[in-house]
Design a protein around this ligand. Sequence first.
Ligand code: BMA
Length: 341
Amino acid sequence: MAKYTILNSPAVPNMPWQDRPADLGDIPVWRYTENPIIGRNPVKNVARIFNSAVVPYEDGFIGVFRAERKDGIPFIYLGRSKDGIHWSFEEDRINFVDENGKTFMPLYAYDPRLVRIDDKYYIIWCQDAYGASIGMAVTTDFKTFTRLENPFLPFNRNAVMFPRKIHGNYMLLSRPSDSGHTPFGDIYVSESPDLVYWGKHRHVMGKAPEWWESVKIGAGAAPIETSEGWLLFYHGVTGTCNGFVYSIGGAILDIDEPSRVKYRCKTFLLTPENWYEERGFVPNVCFPCATIHDSATGRIAVYYGAADSYVALAFTTLDEIVDYIKENSVTREDDTELGRR
Ligand code: BMA
């Protein structure tokens, strides 16, 4: 019998999956043995795909992919897959349009997240808005992608939408930043009745004294609604003499007031260890952007960018990850308070 349950989310019996290896030891997340699932030069004119997001769609999966083109500029490409592991990509970047159907492209677009709310799919990414900030678009058919108003002023990154409204409002996590490689950063949540006006900004959680997340943190995958609260996979960054190291962390947020952190794992869940995480365009990066999860079994697949060069996959189950986060949890006042000052 499962201890915990995934709420308001379908069964996805065809999701990618491998069982926990017998010799894994005290580690709550295990890598797909055939990682990386997307290698170099995956599409014409694209050098690398990484930091990308996927959802179940029709009888398979669909995703929005950060594609670094051969001129070095990132855009978002659409990909489709039957099994969530082998992906085929459209040859051209997604053509975003404005409310009149006219092409309206950002100067660049990266780190997309993808979330379904009712029958609409929202793409949220980082782009230029006279400085690095957040772009958003909506689609119902993955053919027409209509831009929405940019939710925030610059500078901001790592915006991640909740998969349902809370207090009747859409909820968006984000990480206010600077225009460069940002040496600071906490996660905030903002709400909107209409996806145009955003407010009620609350602090969710900050960088922590634990060294692996002592420089900055940022939301990763869209939160998973569970019987224990919103399960959030995020990234935590430490600084070394050779630059930043990005690891995957886990927290559980209050279901009605997600600015309150119920549990926060003091250890990372996954940190760069394998060649595709340690070696690449930017070494030592594990950057989660999506999960696929099956409410029937509690299985969770985490999609993460590796070394700004590849897409990789790791697995866990709801029971294992929630117990691990709880057993290793430390929360401080700025985590558990409402986040309003
Ligand atoms: C962050 C973002 C990510 C990237 C990471 C490591 O600032 O730009 O896209 O994966 O740096 O380079």
